[in-house]
Design a protein around this ligand. Structure first.
Ligand SMILES: Cc1cc2nc3c(=O)[nH]c(=O)nc-3n(C[C@H](O)[C@H](O)[C@H](O)COP(=O)(O)OP(=O)(O)OC[C@H]3O[C@@H](n4cnc5c(N)ncnc54)[C@H](O)[C@@H]3O)c2cc1C
Length: 639
């Protein structure tokens, strides 16, 4: 049975990381050359880690399923990246960033890790600036910032609405430098299908070459997963279509605990579903809420064109309900408020499932050019998708699945419960508690990859300097490869009639209806039953055309959907056991009189970490108690 040890170092919060780091064991430059590290994922977390480890002199092998590392989903991040620089002199600080994150996450994150993420945030901005990332600058030439939800300072650095892309290009250039130097070897078009454990330690992975179908064995002294989030469990989400849970899930099935799986963020400002054939939703960045005002008509079912609805007949419900933060309340609060208005019959558009995000006032005050300079590409994107020009009439927006706060459980070293297996970026259960604040994911991914993992992994690898190359011709690799092969054969042999995308869509609907923005015990239990039935149907009727020894997207998808059934069930189980509302996890049974989330700190101030016990056995729940010494536990208020 697994035992949780978060390995949080002693000492005052503000000194924990520097003191701990100063005492971590090192690997000498000569010995680093003898050590191999596998990094799976080339988003900001994985590329950052790989280039930092390569620069340190380790031999790094990096994997991604795309054709190029720079197509990792991080490229889609729009709005910005947080750091506690206090360039605006608005009284920001590392402590304030830490405090905002702990409060924003509804007090369900580890204080020590959050503080460290805030602490290294400033290094991330310095590093990107040095790499040439073209962050926006103010009139005097200093880096510009803007505000994001849940905070009252301006600490978000940005490159128009393309921050992820620009940061990833910076990271990609540093990765390429290492590839050219020979410290990093890149393996694109590889799907990691299993992690290999030798004598209790993670020593490699099994991948499928997506072009040839060949199963490959890769060994290393340690394995780092930077494989992103699983928000695509809802089918319709703002994530890239390829985002998936499978790599993390294979680690879970091999013994790595999975934490808070039901903590999944629903972003309030996605372009609404426009038709039933849609397979993807497009985000309109939270940064737009700096200037855009959210409203619905005051009258139910008002079908007038938005420009015909006079000011006094509009309900700016976020400004009305949350005057202190207004349109910049955190995402969970804004999403629920939009749903509440739509459910009450005030929603707009044909389906009534959307609200307006209006720039009229901002354009009048600042001029079109200023708005275009800040959000030009987002406005263009909106117009291309909807045919509506947001300079002339408000955008329509609605909440959509976006980000997973849940993920592989890691200790202070970012190591999972499997020795030598690390998880960084969105793939770990991270620093965001029950709700992530905007622009803090890029910050965490880059902090994990560039500045935290390279230090903590050295301490682990210091014991491996005499180990030598890890062979791949042993029973552990053979068995792992055989299990992958059997699973592929099983899926190919069904010969059914329904495509993986069709199953995925049906699964996503179950998840959205039963484990989405609002949850209750009855719905969650029903969701579990429906998932079980659909999974049985999947294994009787999945259709995967083509062969296994060639490019086969249908096979890739089917393997991922098969895992999503299990992920979905664990999400429902996790949501069911957490008899409280916190952050994005809103249980109907636990709300205040005004409809806000009602936490239960006495019974639920813990991280729920699940242990796989076998395909037919219920997973075991472990609880890591959360202790708050530096932040007072309060009801979260943005009023
Ligand atoms: C539309 C959108 C906008 C966003 N905007 C912002 C923002 O402005 N600010 C912010 O802070 N956050 C933002 N986020 C969140 C942020 O972009 C992500 O949380 C972050 O980029 C995740 O980075 P990552 O490195 O952990 O993973 P990813 O960038 O998702 O990369 C995952 C990598 O893992 C690889 N991989 C996955 N599975 C496998 C497998 N089985 N085998 C091989 N390789 C695999 C992929 O190939 C990829 O390289 C946004 C998210 C979305 C969806």
């Amino acid at each position: 049975m697994q035992k949780l040890d978060s390995k949080i170092p002693e000492g005052p919060l503000a000194e924990k990381w520097s003191r701990y780091k100063a005492r971590l064991r090192l690997v000498s430059p000569a010995n680093k050359k003898k050590i191999e590290i596998i990094v799976v994922g080339t988003g900001l977390a994985g590329s950052g880690a790989a280039s930092a480890l390569g620069e340190l002199g380790y031999n790094v092998k990096v994997f991604c399923f795309q054709d190029s590392p720079r197509r990792a989903h991080s490229v889609a991040a729009q709005g910005g990246i947080n750091a506690a620089k206090n360039y605006r002199n608005d009284n920001d600080s590392v402590y304030r960033l830490f405090h905002d994150m702990v409060k924003g996450g509804d007090y369900r994150a580890r204080e020590s890790n959050v503080y460290r993420a805030a602490e290294v945030s400033n290094d991330v901005i310095d590093h990107f600036t040095a790499l040439g990332v073209p962050f926006a600058r103010d009139y005097g030439g200093s880096l510009d910032t803007r505000s994001f939800g849940g905070v009252q300072v301006s600490r978000t650095f940005y490159a128009k609405g393309q921050t992820g892309q620009q940061c990833l290009y910076g990271t990609y250039s540093s990765l390429n430098r290492q590839i050219a130097k020979g410290t990093v070897k890149m393996f694109p078009r590889r799907d990691m299908l299993d992690v290999v454990i030798v004598d209790g330690k993670a020593r490699g992975i099994i991948t499928r070459n997506l072009l040839t179908g060949e199963l490959e064995r890769h060994s290393a002294h340690a394995v780092v997963l930077a494989t992103g989030g699983y928000g695509t469990v809802f089918y319709l989400s703002t994530l890239g279509l390829g985002s998936n849970a499978s790599a993390a899930w294979s680690a879970y099935r091999k013994g790595a605990l999975f934490a808070n799986p039901s903590f999944i963020q629903i972003h309030p400002t996605s372009i609404p579903v426009l038709n039933e054939y849609q397979c993807k939703l497009t985000l309109m960045s939270e940064s737009l809420r700096n200037d855009g005002r959210v409203w619905v008509p005051k009258e139910q079912g008002d079908k007038r064109h938005p420009t015909e609805i006079p000011e006094e007949e509009r309900d700016y419900y976020l400004e009305r309900r949350y005057p202190a933060f207004g349109n910049l309340v955190p995402r969970d609060v804004a999403s629920r408020a939009a749903k509440e208005r739509c459910d009450a019959g005030y929603g707009v558009g044909d389906t009534g499932l959307s609200v307006y995000l209006d720039f009229k006032d901002a354009i009048e005050k600042q001029g079109k050019k200023a708005i275009r300079d800040k959000y030009g590409n987002l406005f263009e994107m909106y117009e291309k998708i909807t045919g509506i020009n947001p300079y002339n009439q408000p955008m329509r927006i609605y909440p959509a699945g976006h980000y997973t706060m849940g993920g592989l459980w890691v200790d202070y070293n970012l190591m999972t419960t499997i020795p030598g297996l690390y998880a960084i970026g969105e793939s770990n259960f991270s620093d965001h508690g029950a709700n992530r604040l905007g622009a803090s994911s890029l910050m965490q991914c880059c902090g994990d990859g560039y500045f935290i993992l390279p230090n903590t992994i050295s301490a682990y690898l210091a014991d491996d300097i005499r180990t030598g190359t890890i062979p791949t011709d042993n029973s552990a690799f053979e068995e792992a490869e055989k299990a992958v092969e059997d699973r592929i054969k099983r899926i190919m042999s069904v010969g059914g009639k329904e495509t993986a995308s069709s199953f995925h869509k049906r699964l996503g609907k179950i998840m959205w209806d039963h484990c989405g923005m609002r949850r209750d015990a009855e719905g969650l239990m029903k969701g579990v039953e429906m998932l079980k039935e659909l999974e049985e149907e999947f294994w009787e009727n999945i259709c995967v055309p083509g062969s296994t020894d060639d490019l086969n997207h249908e096979l890739e998808k089917a393997l991922k959907v098969a895992d999503f059934f299990e992920v979905g069930r664990l999400m429902c189980e996790d949501a069911l056991q957490r008899e409280e509302s916190c952050g994005a996890h809103f249980r109907e049974e636990h709300q205040t009189e005004t409809g806000e989330a009602k936490r239960n700190d006495t019974d639920f101030a813990y991280v729920a970490a699940w242990e796989f016990q076998g395909a037919k056995t219920e997973p075991k729940l472990h609880k890591e108690p959360l202790r708050f010494k530096y932040v007072e536990l309060k009801e979260r208020s943005y009023k």
